[in-house]
Structures are given as structure tokens and as C-alpha cells.
Design a protein around this ligand. Structure first.
Ligand code: ADP
Ligand code: MG
Length: 237
């Protein structure tokens, strides 16, 4: 309707793809489990950010997404909230491996994502662990063997653990590539491609990036299926 269109205009949201749903401009519109809704309200968040409002309804249709939005726009909950909803529907036995996999370029960023997943997912009994280099593998392997719903990982450490055969990605059905441009700048493309080979082709894939250069377009074309593209604000290419 007109008010949704002006929400998109006011917030400089542009989308491309077939039959893209209108933004969900309130937390109540999503049909969240009540315990997660309560966490969002308790955090003092007044409403979804534009990237959240636009990417939630698309992700909830099980569609692939490329989202291009600058740092600080709330991308983490942009993909975590639909991940929680996905887990409610298709949660597997976490002992067999994670259902949700998030790839992130650095230890610092991966830890921030894990903190957000724990903060907002704990009351719904969603478990999450974080795998990154420069730290002993022991505790990470212990968490994996206990079983977790969500793994947040840097590509290098996840590949090491895959080579040790201490994690299986055969249950992953929701894959996120966060800060894709930065992961490629850091030279992680070969590791990302190796990891994605271990994830079943029947999955939902979401890619979040701050910029949209041709290397990122190429990997998006290879790993995503008919993605809806969401841009917030002016994107430099
Ligand atoms: P990005 O990944 O786009 O850089 P983040 O996901 O790290 O952004 O979010 C930036 C900050 O905004 C975080 O502190 C996060 O908790 C906060 N935030 C997320 N969603 C909302 C919201 N709907 N309203 C207010 N603050 C939010
Ligand atoms: Mg981020």
C-alpha cells in the first residue's frame, strides 16, 4: 500500500526481484515467538531498522537475499531473527550438526554475532557457538560435540575443524555470508567455496555486504538462487 511505499522511500530502500513483499515495520507483524519479542522490547528497540523491516518478510518466504547496507544498520538481527524462525520450523537434532551457519570475516565480528544470538535466542532455547582462529580448539570442539543450533565461524577455523571431521554441515539449511565483501578482501574465497560444498544445495542462503563490487556479485551468482536484492541508501560500487 501507499504507506509501505513511502516507508521504502523515506528509508531509501530499493529492492529487485519478483513479487517482493512489503517491509514489516513493527516487531509484532512478524509473528515472533513471544519470548523473542520480549527480548527485543526489553532491549529498548523501538522498531525494526530498515534493513530488518525489508529483509525479514523476504527471508520468511524462504528466499535467498543479497542485502547491501552500511555498517551499523542492524544487519545481524536482519538475518538472526529469520534464522530463529527457521529453527522453530526445521530444528534438527543439534547433535548431528548445526542447522544455521553464519560465516564472518574476523574473530571480533564473529563474537559480536554470537553475543547477539545468545542475547536474543537464549529464552527460546536456541544454542550458538563461535569458531575462530587464534584460540585453542579444545573448547570449540567441546561445544560442537555437545551440539548447537547455530555456528558462527571464521572461514579459516571452520575449514580446519572440517578437515579434522569434528563438525558436519550436512544439516545446515540456513547459510549466512556476513560482511561478504570483507571476507573476499581478506582472501577467504577458496575457504568459503570449500565450506559451501559441504552444505546441502537445498538451503536458504543470505549474503550481507557493505559494498557490491564485481567479485562479490560473482560469488553471489554462484552461491545464491534467484536472490532478492535489497539496498539501503546509496551504494558505491
Ligand atoms: P551492522 O551489522 O549492520 O553493522 P549491527 O547488526 O551490528 O549492524 O547493529 C548495530 C547496533 O544496532 C547493534 O548494537 C544492535 O544491537 C543495534 N540494533 C539492532 N537492531 C536494532 C533495532 N531494531 N533498533 C535499535 N537498535 C538496533
Ligand atoms: Mg554486521
Amino acid at each position: 500500500g501507499a504507506s509501505s511505499e513511502s516507508y521504502q522511500q523515506r528509508n531509501e530502500i530499493t529492492v529487485s526481484g519478483k513479487d517482493v513483499p512489503m517491509p514489516m515495520t513493527s516487531f509484532e507483524a512478524i509473528g515472533l515467538p513471544s519470548e523473542i519479542l520480549r527480548e527485543l522490547l526489553q532491549a529498548g528497540f523501538p522498531a525494526p531498522t530498515p534493513i530488518q523491516a525489508q529483509s525479514w518478510p523476504i527471508a520468511l518466504q524462504n528466499r535467498d537475499i543479497v542485502a547491501i547496507a552500511k555498517t551499523g544498520s542492524g544487519k545481524t538481527l536482519g538475518y538472526l531473527i529469520p534464522a530463529f524462525m527457521h529453527l522453530k520450523r526445521v530444528r534438527k537434532n543439534p547433535q548431528l550438526g548445526p542447522t544455521v551457519l553464519v560465516l564472518s570475516p574476523t574473530r571480533e565480528l564473529a563474537t559480536q554475532i554470537q553475543d547477539e544470538a545468545v542475547k536474543f535466542g537464549r529464552s527460546a532455547r536456541i544454542s550458538c557457538t563461535c569458531l575462530y582462529g587464534g584460540a585453542p580448539k579444545g573448547p570449540q570442539l567441546r561445544d560442537l560435540s555437545r551440539g548447537v543450533d547455530i555456528v558462527v565461524a571464521t572461514p579459516g577455523r571452520l575449514n580446519d575443524i572440517l578437515e579434522m571431521r569434528r563438525v558436519s554441515l550436512s544439516q545446515v539449511s540456513y547459510l549466512v555470508l556476513d560482511e561478504a565483501d570483507r571476507m573476499l578482501d581478506m582472501g577467504f574465497e577458496p575457504q568459503i567455496r570449500k565450506i559451501v560444498k559441504e552444505v546441502p544445495a537445498r538451503r536458504q542462503t543470505l549474503m550481507y555486504t557493505a559494498t557490491w563490487p564485481k567479485e562479490v556479485r560473482k560469488i553471489a551468482a554462484d552461491l545464491l538462487v534467484n536472490p532478492v536484492q535489497v539496498n539501503i541508501g546509496n551504494v558505491n560500487e
